[in-house]
Ligand binder design. Structure first.
Ligand code: GLC
Length: 558
């Protein structure tokens, strides 16, 4: 089954299932849940990084690309996980983090030794300006300048993320060959593809100019550098084109499209480009630059959210466009991942209509065009976790922003806490809620990040016992989607783009039509004329001419 007909499930291994009681999720823990995932009905598992790492950014700082993080297990555990997934018809993709490594990677250890070290050019080194300051005014995603002075050689190295995440130098041919070799190592083992971390960042602006006037700190500047497509086409030629998924279908490749606009997307994923299979965008992600922790962006309105989805469908799909030499492209659609707060807390109503709004979000996501990605826990309706103090957060982004904005900048600590409780990435990273027992069924020890107290009401065991739970609804929807080709290949048309609380869209595959209608509100709403039809699936039993609070239904139109 092609990835275009599949659904992805993202696992954040640190928080999924802990088999040995150390409070940290691990590979044996995931193995123990493979039956759960197969029963859920997803097709592709994406594992956030599982490699050796000092965990400055929870595994997104890799010290050895070919070794498993000891806290997660061994290579034998990995082999067993991969085999176990394939036995159940599940594909497995890894996180490819090659914009940067850890500063504890042996390449960087060598690189920083001297200006003539053979590994020097694996990273990006620049001399200070005459006054000793950094080579330019670029900012790091995790606060402060993107350059750090290394005393040993008196030069600065670039780190667009934490200073423990030095950027790799893709201009250097030998580095690129090392990366390709490492990718072959995992593909030869049989993994089915990669999710590619901040892949649009690989090619840097030559000459390292300051931010253009008026765009200081605009981190999207670092995306889409001049050689990015050359690098990805080379990667495709040298690696990706030579492999398939284990069942012979195309390899799965997903670019994390930070800084890529809808109009640029097909340059990465257009069928004729020979680069990537899918991309996922940030247009509906929660903006989280440092200053946002005191000045958060207002949440998107429903018309804004719908416009983003419609715009991306239009941009990727050339069928109703002038013929496009890139060919049509494909996207990975999602509502949540490990970099965003919980979708239920953003667009649903976990307190009043937990189950209804959880199912509504499932309905909208799983009837989209594109390959949907479910983030772990969304299938039971996990919501944001109430953090009582800044010390309860783990994420380096929160800690660094707090240091800069509050400790150094004198900003309001209570405002910061309120905002972090809305936008922080930690909300997605609290332990998976398996059962209402101490440790949430995630661990028998003390979990590395606090358990969301909502576990008392929201957990897998309780939902497995109920045919009307959010989890059961996901299972039903996933089974239905799998056997409904219009959900995979049908066109997408927004039927009510301006409606403030209804999201209604049609999928149409050669005249086979389905309409999804979803009421994003706690008030009942009249079903607009023209939207009547025969219900196929929905989150309420009796589907009347009125939409109930948070009701969602899929219909075949009359
Ligand atoms: C990506 C990851 C994020 C990480 C960053 C640096 O955005 O998804 O979790 O912090 O890259 O690797």
């Amino acid at each position: 089954m092609s990835y275009r007909e599949s659904v992805i499930y993202q696992i954040y291994p640190r928080s999924f299932a802990d088999s040995d009681g150390d409070g940290i999720g691990d590979l044996q823990g995931i193995i123990g849940k493979l039956d759960y995932l197969a029963e859920l009905g997803v097709d592709i598992l994406w594992l956030s990084p599982i490699f050796q790492s000092p965990n400055a950014d929870n595994g997104y700082d890799i010290a050895d690309y070919e070794a498993i993080m000891p806290e997660f297990g061994t290579m034998a555990d990995f082999d067993a996980l991969l085999a176990g997934a394939h036995q159940r018809g599940l594909k497995l993709i890894l996180d490819l983090v090659v914009n940067h490594s850890s500063d504890e990677h042996r390449w960087f250890q060598e690189s920083r030794r001297s200006k003539t070290n053979p590994y020097r050019n694996y990273y990006i080194w620049q001399s200070p300006r005459p006054d000793g300051s950094p080579p330019n005014n670029w900012q790091s995603f995790f606060s402060g300048p993107a350059w750090k002075l290394d005393e040993q050689t008196g030069e600065y190295y670039l780190h667009l993320f934490a200073d423990k995440q030095p950027d790799l130098n893709w201009e250097h041919e030998l580095l690129r060959q090392e990366i390709y070799q490492m990718m072959r190592f995992w593909l030869d083992k049989g993994v089915d593809g990669f999710r590619m971390d901040v892949i649009p960042f690989l090619s840097k602006e030559p000459g390292f100019p300051d931010y253009p006037e008026g765009r200081f700190g605009d981190l999207t500047i670092h995306a889409n550098g001049p050689r990015i497509h050359e690098f990805l086409q080379e990667m495709h030629r040298e690696v990706l084109a030579r492999y398939t998924a284990y069942d012979g279908t195309p390899l799965i490749t997903i670019g994390e499209g930070f800084g890529v606009s809808a109009g640029q997307a097909n340059l990465y994923v257009g069928e004729n480009r020979r680069e990537l299979g899918m991309i996922y965008h940030f247009d509906h992600a929660v903006p989280r630059e440092e200053y946002r922790f005191l000045n958060p962006a207002p949440e998107l309105t429903l018309p804004e959210l719908k416009a983003i989805f419609a715009g991306w469908n239009k941009a990727l799909d050339t069928t109703d466009n002038v013929p496009d030499p890139t060919g049509p492209g494909w996207q990975n659609v999602y509502f949540g991942n490990h970099d965003n707060p919980r979708v239920l807390s953003r667009f649903g109503e976990p307190d009043g209509f937990h189950d209804e709004s959880g199912m509504l979000l499932a309905t909208v996501l799983l009837t989209q065009r594109g390959t949907p990605g479910i983030y772990q826990g969304d299938e039971i309706g996990m919501s944001n976790c109430p953090f009582a103090s800044v010390s309860e957060f783990d994420d380096i982004q929160v800690k660094n922003a707090y240091r800069e904005l509050v400790e150094k900048g004198g900003g309001s600590a209570s405002k910061f806490l309120t905002v972090a409780n809305r936008i922080a990435r930690d909300h997605a990273r609290t332990p998976m809620q398996w059962a209402n027992v101490p440790g949430a069924g995630f661990t028998t020890g003390t979990s590395w990040l606090k358990v969301n107290p909502a576990v008392a009401q929201v957990n897998v065991v309780a939902q497995q016992q109920s045919a009307t739970s959010v989890l059961s609804y996901y299972q039903k929807l996933l089974r239905w989607r799998k056997q409904t080709p219009a959900m995979h290949y049908g066109t997408y048309r927004d039927l009510l783009p301006d409606h403030p609380t209804l999201w209604a869209f049609e999928r149409n595959l050669n005249g086979v039509r389905y309409v999804t209608v979803a009421n994003f509100s706690g008030q009942a709403s009249v079903l607009p004329p023209g939207l009547a039809g025969t219900a196929v699936l929905g989150n309420y039993n009796s589907m009347t001419s009125e939409l109930q609070p948070w009701e969602a239904r899929i219909m075949t139109p009359n």
